[in-house]
Design a protein. Sequence first.
Length: 575
Amino acid sequence: MTIINNLWKLLENKQKVLFLIIIFFSLIQAILEMIGIAAAIPFVTFLLKPESIAEIDIISKYIQPSQLIITDQLILIFCLIFFSIFLIKNFVIVITNKIIYNFIFTFRSKLFLDLLNNILHQEFLFFVKKGISKIFNTTFNEVDIFSTNIVRPLIILFSELLISFGIIFLIIITGNIDGLILIFPILVVVGLILKKINKSIKNWALTRIDNYEKIINYNFNLAQGIKEILILGKIKNIVEKFSNSIESLREVDAKQNVVTSYPKILLEQAVILIFILIILLMNFYGEENNDIIIILSFYLAAAYRLVPSINKIFVSYQQIKSGKPSISRVMEYYNLKKKSIFFDEKDSLKTLSFEKEIRLKNINFNYDNNSNVVENLDFKIKKNQIIGISGESGIGKSTIINILTTLLKVKKGEIFVDDIHVNSQADFRQYQNLFSISSQDTYLLDGTIKENIIFGHDNNFSKERFDEAIKFSRLENTINNLPNGVETFVGSTIKQISSGQKQRISIARSIYSDRKILIFDEATNGLDEENERIIFDNLKKLKSNKTIIIISHNPKNLDICDEVYQIKDKKLKAK
């Protein structure tokens, strides 16, 4: 019931209605299956013993044996009726499957987008703690598993249970209950065997998730450090890291795929045993061969649908067991409360007034209540000033920038803009609208160069500002040498764009955004010396109407700064 409750919680109202429609169609399908199987006895009886067709209760009410005349037309009518029953049934199956698969894949798409929306409305610290790569890769994978190993099997389980119960009910009402006496004990034994197997499936699923997360992590680290790995020649070490998780994943996947064949094998063997026992039992009681064939035809029709149905029930149950660990992952992100300052779209268009200075007052910050990374920080940024920040790698430069831009919420301390205390949700969003940032880690959309520079500002596109951003970032030659100019498609996998050119696209994006405060966090470390020098000269020219913060390990880049600070004793101190 927990699985159903969680699924119901994830469904919006339209999806709930569609889910109930699927159950309704499954019920219709079950009824048609019963009619089709029930038609097997009169149809086979008519073919083998035409004279006894009128002895069937439902037919004897309308036709007396003396009135029954067997003609080719009557045979044709019986064949058409029998054919039509299965044609209608199969038509309903096709319609039901279409609804089911549309439901499943629509649900998967919407669930992923809902989770993505929730995740992107979290504070920056959430991503720092969880790991960005792990969050997004694992989320997509778990949503896929939830849809294919929980939702789909659950629908199949409901549908096949209805059909199975319908067929068993049909066997009872047609007076063929003797067969059930043989069927149930055998199916119980098969069920117990499969239940024992299912105990291992949950553990395998947890192992799969654990190793999949490790492989995602390895892949991310591999992509980040491929140059270093190749230069140092540490390929064997990397392969060994992958090896244990890959091997464990292989073992689990192999076991799970083998186990899925067990229900079919066991059920087929059980059906053969049941048929043999029915034949022996009827022969023992002296039934005629034609009667045995007629009864067996009924059981054969029932088994033809019941065995695959029971097989699907067992396989679906196994899949649900396998996918169950994904539920907690999906629900964890689904239940996230939106905390991001992007929550109010109205505030995303407004900007706080910045005419004098920004002040960070008595700021303290730490990760997970460990020792402070920043302690008692007091820091002022005056309007139209160029500030430089230097310091060794890992000493806290990026942390201070993340605090300044309120990506990280401080444990203690205050931020003021022109003596206005920034402390409400709306203030934080409007405060962040003062900033743009270019860093050494450049994010490119899967789109054109133009789309990457304007970054969602289509409605208010400014050709003048766009051309200025390209000129500022020294992108003219690059664009002129590309086949489609600014309409050239670029993305994370583009080959004709170098890391330096990617950084210049990021710089152009920052200039085009036209924010009041520009932050350059090692934003030119992939550029050649000449382009880097010209871009910093261009930055200096912006001083009249922009406030600029430069973080760089290169002292030459800080020459244009009015003031340069370095991090010492968890504080910023003027050099």
